[in-house]
Design a protein around this ligand. Structure first.
Ligand SMILES: O=C(O)CCC(=O)C(=O)O
Ligand SMILES: [Fe+2]
Length: 298
């Protein structure tokens, strides 16, 4: 461990109120790897939970997949995806929340004109769940590990506390400053982490370069979080939204929400590249009959 790593791992996370200007939020993320935005979704959290409670009550713990995926996802963790289709509060009041997206913009718009909501899921750690493997979310795209801190931001996350979120209940653990470690093969160690304790409705906004993982739930209550991850438009997202969100719902969504879930094309006007995710070189939204095109030349 280098001197710098020892110092950074002793830091605590900074907390800022909702509405803090995006540049300020970004500068904290650049330095620490993440920041807690207090009260980002406190208005929505109870109504969201009321929609989720009956679904989660019968949800299976763990996910099916290869051994690494089963271990990573947590054998005593309920993970529920497809929130756009499953929750009205999510789709109408969270998905294209202007404040949240103003923070995500600062990380995603550096290399893309628009971005995907890579995944949105509930992560509910049941009592006795153990701590998750420390990881960087950019490892979804493993090639970016080799570029270390100098690489582009290919994933970022807004992790919202939907229940009490204490260290004992398994609050997300994070290694501040690990976004700047020179070698991204270095996954740190649990002693370097701190718990991102939050109030219900607070959000931990962090870079895909930052080491983190779910904590161990040593309490008797479930710890419920909601992770909204984002990736630039030129990468394939984790969730295949266009196959699961019915068009009746898509038509009701804002252009921005349609963009986030793959119902609009991606244009590279800023960096001077081509467009992606089209039909016959035409804007997907036009082909789908969605009004109010966001194409750059429309
Ligand atoms: O549940 C948590 O606290 C973190 C989960 C996480 O980082 C992940 O699944 O990628
Ligand atoms: Fe993660």
């Amino acid at each position: 461990m280098t001197f710098e790593q020892t110092i950074s791992s002793n830091k605590s996370l900074q907390r800022v109120p909702t509405g803090t200007p995006p540049e300020e939020v970004k500068s904290i993320i650049d330095s620490d790897g993440g920041v807690i935005v207090q009260g980002l979704f406190s208005k929505q959290v109870d109504r969201l939970n009321r929609e989720l409670d009956p679904l989660l009550a019968n949800w299976n713990e763990g996910v099916k997949g290869n051994q690494l995926m089963e271990e990573f996802s947590g054998r005593r963790t309920k993970r529920m995806t497809q929130l756009v289709a499953r929750s009205k509060v999510f789709r109408e009041e969270i998905l294209d929340d202007a404040t949240m997206l103003s923070y995500i913009d600062t990380m995603m718009l550096d290399t893309a004109d628009s971005y995907w909501m890579n995944a949105a899921q509930i992560i509910e750690l049941q009592p006795e769940e153990k701590a998750q493997l420390l990881h960087r979310d950019l490892e979804n795209y493993p090639v970016f590990r080799r570029y270390g801190p100098a690489g582009p931001e290919v994933m970022c996350n807004c992790l919202v506390a939907l229940s009490e979120y204490t260290e004992e209940m398994g609050a997300t653990r994070i290694i501040p400053g690990s976004n700047k470690w020179p070698d991204f093969e270095d996954h740190g160690s649990p002693e370097q982490t701190i718990a991102a304790e939050m109030e219900k409705g607070d959000a931990l906004v962090f870079s895909g370069k930052t080491l983190h993982g779910g904590g161990a739930n040593r309490s008797r209550k479930p710890r419920r979080g909601m992770a909204l991850a984002f990736a630039p438009g030129w990468l394939v997202p984790e969730e295949a939204y266009p196959f699961v969100i019915p068009m009746e719902i898509v038509r009701m969504m804002s252009p921005r929400a349609q963009q986030l879930t793959g119902f609009r094309s991606f244009h590279n006007a800023t960096m001077g590249g081509g467009s992606l995710w089209q039909i016959d070189y035409l804007e997907l939204a036009d082909q789908l009959g969605l009004s109010e095109s966001m194409a750059p030349n429309a």
